[in-house]
Write a protein that binds this ligand. Sequence first.
Ligand SMILES: O=c1ccn([C@@H]2O[C@H](COP(=O)(O)OP(=O)(O)O[C@H]3O[C@H](CO)[C@H](O)[C@H](O)[C@H]3O)[C@@H](O)[C@H]2O)c(=O)[nH]1
Length: 297
Amino acid sequence: MTAIFVTGASGILGYALAGDLARRGRDVTAITRSPLPGPVPGGLRRILTADPLIPDWVAAQDATIVHFAGLSRVAHGFADWDTLERSEIAPQVGMLDGLATRGWRGHMVYVSSAAVYAPDARLPIAEDAPLAAETEYGRQKIALEAAHAEAAAAEGRALTILRVANPYGMTAGRDRGVIPLVIDAAQRGTRFTVNGTGREMRDYLHVDDLCAAFRATIDRPPEAGSPRILNLGSGTGTTLPEIIALVEAAVGRAVDYRFAPADVGSSVLSIDRINTVLGWAPRIPLDEGIARLAGAR
Ligand SMILES: O=c1ccn([C@@H]2O[C@H](COP(=O)(O)OP(=O)(O)O[C@H]3O[C@H](CO)[C@H](O)[C@H](O)[C@H]3O)[C@@H](O)[C@H]2O)c(=O)[nH]1
């Protein structure tokens, strides 16, 4: 069984995936800078390190690395590109150098984001759409995708880049996206603010479907030297008023909401490629996923 290392496993997605793999009996080690945000699933090995980007943890040369560690917040601001370059991109490139130095030659699964695409991209967005991020988070993902591609090509390694849409359904950790905020508003009777007109769409993917896609990615690596870029979303666009209606049905209470002017674009990913390459498709309908999450709170 190939060893799997999940970096950034104290983040919401890394934690969900590490737990999913451990519960399925995989040989998985969580690499974190901080404690896990919830209970530690049985069988999950953990390495707590001051700097996950110094890869002393890579014990097996053919291990699969699922790399989440890095900036976690889309809205994270930086004074300027130089600061971002120095504080985030250079250390990430340093990790790739460090892995090569330690003789690692396994499959890298780099977790990127739908935030790499231009805000006015044609929907649903395919992987070959132009990259033009409007946020620094998106711009650093574009830079790091390129760094991963370059390193994998130079070292003849296998690389998968997953561009993740809007995952939901996670039950541990902070910053779990807009759906838990709408559920809170329904359950507590507080007012929710919809940014924009209510017509903007996002692509919401249940975390269990996301984990299944990661498992398929890990189990079916690409050929070394043939990197693949795969969108990971539901392929379906949903507006916030539609989310609100689903939450109201799940909770059995109306949501008090208003609109606030905001320049918000739409983001919906095409998932044709991941379906063809991995045979993966999402299974959990949004109404069911929202009902599960509302019931878990
Ligand atoms: O109180 C709120 C909170 C959010 N929103 C809106 O809800 C939508 C979804 O917001 P999220 O914060 O859940 O997610 P984002 O789309 O901003 O960001 C997400 O999608 C990105 C890609 O587009 C990245 O993948 C990122 O990691 C992921 O969190 C956005 O239109 C946002 O403006 C509101 O209207 N009101």
